[in-house]
Design a protein around this ligand. Sequence first.
Ligand code: IPE
Ligand code: IPE
Ligand code: MG
Length: 247
Amino acid sequence: MQSDVTTKQEKLQEKLHVGIIMDGNGRWATRRGLSRMRGHEAGVEAIRRIVEAAPKQGIGTLTLYAFSTDNWRRPKAEVAALMTLLRFYLANEVASLARNGVRLTVIGRRDRLPDGIAAAIARAEQATADGDVLNLRIAVDYSARDAILNAAAKAAALTSLTREAFSQLVTGEAGLRDVDLIIRTSGEKRLSDFLLWEGAYAELHFTERMWPEFEAADLAEALACFHGRERRFGGLQSLPLEPAPSL
Ligand code: IPE
Ligand code: IPE
Ligand code: MG
């Protein structure tokens, strides 16, 4: 028999999966005459707000883009500061995440992170493993193309392959729901190598708001837009989808 926790975690798959490209920390700070670092610190506050708000707004899975593989191209001092923030987040936030039923997983590479961070991630994942209120995935040293490439390398050893099995290789999670909505703050309108496989039919929402000023009400507005859209998945409005022909 399945445990209660497993059943509740599975139920999260029935709720929305939202991905957020948390962009604009630097511009938010620069416009205020602050260092970019202050923008990243304010960005962590925004993460706290949105993680708290998400389950109340019908979100079961939240994937946050925190650091891309291409972000290593930034000046060393900024990268170091971002890694320090990640370290602090993992050290300070885990207890409250666990208390609030948030299961944290980190996606992306771990082998290039500064000393101790991979271990801190593993501890945080373990401490929050029973969370059944929100599946929080933070993308660090993440590239969607690399995730697909790594999955393809693993798949090469298999004799048969389904989309579902390949999805698990890409996402690292069995049965993870495709992303329903991708939000990008700061007015940029691009995906920057985020959730390219999972987002095949994602709705896209772009807002001028900078990430440090993004609030629960902005999330609600994005979701209201989302609920107003007509998702077709290749079919026609309000008619049940016919089964696709087999491959
Ligand atoms: C997003 O804010 C945070 C990361 C990419 C780490 P930026 O740092 O990209 O902010 P802008 O785009 O320079 O304003
Ligand atoms: C994308 O933002 C990555 C994150 C938000 C972590 P960037 O600011 O790095 O993206 P580009 O360079 O403007 O496309
Ligand atoms: Mg940016």
